[in-house]
Design a protein around this ligand. Structure first.
Ligand SMILES: *Cc1c(COP(=O)(O)O)cnc(C)c1O
Length: 446
């Protein structure tokens, strides 16, 4: 009787003891490596592979990364894309995150050894960037900033909002539902298209906690439209003469005006116009980490900081590090992509089109992230067959994942949001996919 070939399968501990597996275990953890070895042994038992291929198969099956999050090259031309993590961090912000990843003095004064204000550096950077604010606070995200503001200022009382601003921003952000969750009552005023100062004035009473103004970032109402400016809202008072705080959710996180985005609100302008505090996201047009920013009147910001809910929406040290580096460092990748010139893009896209033998077409990029819906960003893209888009998303081997845009039955590869030093990676991915395409659809023989 011949020997059972399964007895030739190497033992788990013997494989795990080999140098490449020891190295992999140090990086990925022993259990991940063990799982790959056990799976390869099973394949040998199932006679899918020969016993002497177990080591090779286990090595090939080892994940290359410890996180299941896969980096992608954004060739969609959409600058702030929530499904792929909104803003890419700048190299200096990435460096700051790495430095902060260990023990770090996030809440300690190294001179005295005493406890210090958490994230003081990031808050100081925010105040320097927006001198019109006397107070600043960072929380987990824009929604948390708004929940904290309405809770601290209006829980058990009323938040006055125009019916024209009852927005849904996307991924679960519905203003009326969010406010209801805070225990504040929503007091709607005006109509969808027109709200006047007297609508607000009539609604304000002893029960008013705050007035809320929301930038309806992802849509526009044109035509017979009236809304009330912050200049007018700022003057509203309760019957006892006390002033009503005006909370303004600007969303996008622009700190100062950007001529490219004339309709996009910014912190400086809205605070000057009369907002008591503004709330915004950190990972939209600011180009930083996911965060919620609160800027404005120091007393009101402190009221938010002292509220018990603040502890539940506290930002972590990595966010604080990235936020400060984004504010103090060179222009973020988001800013660079937004302001990329069509001529520069054309040069890069032409080179790519020539290299892969595809046509170059004019396209319009998008700000995205629910921002500036009416602002097209003129640029250029390489046109590819629509089925190539899917293969770019699931490439073979260790080629990078490239996300292209689908538009009217074709695929578009837009280099606006690709760092220029990655153009070669996009080209390699395209070559692989387009070559594959030819193989799938060979020319009919004559
Ligand atoms: C994006 C946005 C939000 C939500 O901010 P997150 O950081 O995603 O929580 C709230 N309000 C407006 C106006 C927005 O544009």
């Amino acid at each position: 009787m011949s020997e059972d070939p399964r007895r030739a399968i190497p033992r788990t501990d013997d494989v795990l003891g080999q140098a490449p597996f020891v190295t992999a275990a140090a990086r990925l953890g022993r259990s991940v490596v063990r799982t790959a070895v056990v799976a390869a042994q099973q394949r040998a038992r199932d006679e899918e592979i020969a016993p002497d291929r177990v080591v090779e198969a286990a090595l090939a099956a080892l994940p290359t990364r410890t996180s299941s999050l896969t980096p992608v090259l954004n060739a969609t031309g959409v600058v702030v894309h929530t499904n792929i993590g909104r803003a890419p961090l700048s190299p200096s912000a990435i460096e700051a995150v790495v430095d902060a990843a260990g023990y770090v003095d996030v809440e300690m004064d190294l001179a005295t050894g005493a406890r210090s204000r958490r994230g003081a550096g990031a808050l100081a950077a925010l105040l320097e960037a927006v001198p019109d604010a006397s107070g600043a606070l960072a929380v987990n995200n824009g929604a948390a900033a708004l929940v904290l503001a309405t809770t601290a200022l209006a829980a058990g009382r009323e938040v006055v909002v125009s019916r024209g601003e009852m927005v849904e921003i996307g991924d679960g952000f519905r203003l009326p539902d969010l406010i209801a969750s805070t225990g504040a009552r929503l007091r709607e005023v005006g109509t969808t298209n027109r709200t006047h100062l007297r609508d607000y004035a009539d609604a304000i009473g002893p029960e008013t906690g705050c007035v809320l103004k929301v930038h309806p970032s992802n849509f526009r109402v044109d035509g017979f439209v009236t809304s009330v400016g912050l200049e007018e809202l700022r003057g509203l008072t309760r019957p006892d003469g006390s002033s009503v705080p005006v909370v303004a959710d600007i969303g996008s996180g622009l700190l100062a005006p950007d001529p490219l985005l004339p309709d996009e609100p910014d912190a400086r302008t809205w605070l000057r116009a009369g907002a008591t505090i503004i709330t915004a996201s950190g990972d939209k047009l600011l180009g930083g980490p996911q965060a919620g920013l609160v800027l404005g009147d120091a007393e009101v910001v402190d009221q938010l900081r002292r509220h018990p809910l603040q502890r539940a929406v506290r930002v972590d040290k990595l966010t604080l590090a990235a936020l400060e580096a984004t504010l103090r460092g060179p222009a973020s990748p988001v800013t660079a992509s937004l302001h990329a010139s069509a001529d520069d893009l054309r040069l890069r896209v032409d080179a790519l089109g020539t290299a892969v033998g595809r046509e170059v077409v004019p396209v319009e990029g998008r700000v995205g992230g629910g921002g500036a819906p009416g602002v097209p960003l003129p640029g250029w893209a390489v046109e590819i067959p629509i089925d190539a888009v899917e293969r770019l998303r699931q490439p073979a081997g260790d080629l990078p994942v490239v996300l292209a845009r689908v538009d009217r039955g074709r695929g578009l590869v837009d280099l606006r949001c690709i760092p220029a030093d990655r153009d070669g990676d996009v080209e390699a991915a395209l070559r692989a996919v387009l070559g594959h395409d030819d193989a799938l659809h060979p020319l009919p023989s004559p």
